[in-house]
Design a protein. Structure first.
Length: 246
């Protein structure tokens, strides 16, 4: 595990309401870019039985334990954290797990928060138990949606559940392309904001390099449009006034 930062990590939930919108691709890209900026970053995978973040971070061959092993006292908390010595670190999801309580998840994350600047909580698709577990310790949520009616409806459901739990949230539009706006079922930015009821945190353009980085487990190309858009989102999260750029 990384050495302690002496503070308390900010805990950001990445969620979507449905699969296929690039949520985990963005979670891994945000983690890689934050790490490249010098932050100590822990990514926690809550996609029980379908974990993929170890592959997206290039750590697939290093996983020995997962966060359920920590909860069951089968290993030391540090032993479950996967790292190759550089880049973001990972606490993998279990391939199976008993039903966990919100208190268990809060206590799990507390074991790590002093050692990192940012903890990214990657929830599974949908709004089932993995979603509820992931949002339990979150300080803030990014609800990922592509600009189409199906994804936006699912994002609105996730936003409603986050509001009921008192988790502040904003929408992050992924795979946006101005040339697709006239196609059937495609929504503009104002439509997404109105339908989800969330303020806009940013817009990530269609950029295959982000998916390439996730599939290869390699770094994000910081020169590409997707990485630059993520940088603008991160600067807004840090309190900067950064104009929207499409």
């Amino acid at each position: 595990m990384a050495e302690g930062t002496g503070g308390k990590a900010r805990k950001i939930l990445f969620t979507s309401g449905k699969g296929g919108v690039g949520k985990s691709t963005l979670a891994s890209a945000f983690a890689k870019i934050l790490s490249a900026r010098g932050e100590r970053v822990l990514l926690i995978d809550f996609d029980i039985s379908l974990r993929t973040l170890d592959i997206m971070l290039g750590l697939g061959d290093l996983v020995l334990y997962d966060w359920n092993d920590v909860l069951q006292d089968r290993c030391d908390p540090d032993a479950a954290v996967v790292t190759n010595g550089s880049g973001p670190e990972l606490l993998p999801a279990p391939l199976s797990a008993r039903l966990v309580t919100p208190a268990q998840i809060r206590n799990l994350v507390k074991r790590y928060e002093a050692a990192y600047d940012t903890i990214i909580l990657d929830s599974p698709a949908g709004v089932g138990r993995g979603f509820h577990a992931a949002m339990t310790p979150a300080d803030f949520a990014l609800v990922i949606s592509t600009p189409d009616k199906v994804s936006v409806r699912s994002a609105a459901v996730a936003a409603e559940k986050l509001a009921k739990r008192g988790v502040p949230a904003r929408v992050l539009i992924n795979r946006f392309s101005k040339k697709d706006l006239g196609e059937a079922g495609r929504l503009n930015i104002d439509d997404v904001i109105d339908s989800t009821g969330l303020q806009l945190q940013g817009v990530i353009p269609e950029d295959p390099s982000l998916a390439d980085a996730a599939l290869s487990g390699g770094p994000v190309d910081l020169r590409r449009r997707g990485a630059k858009a993520i940088d603008r989102v991160l600067r807004r999260l840090d309190g900067e006034r950064v104009p929207l750029k499409l």
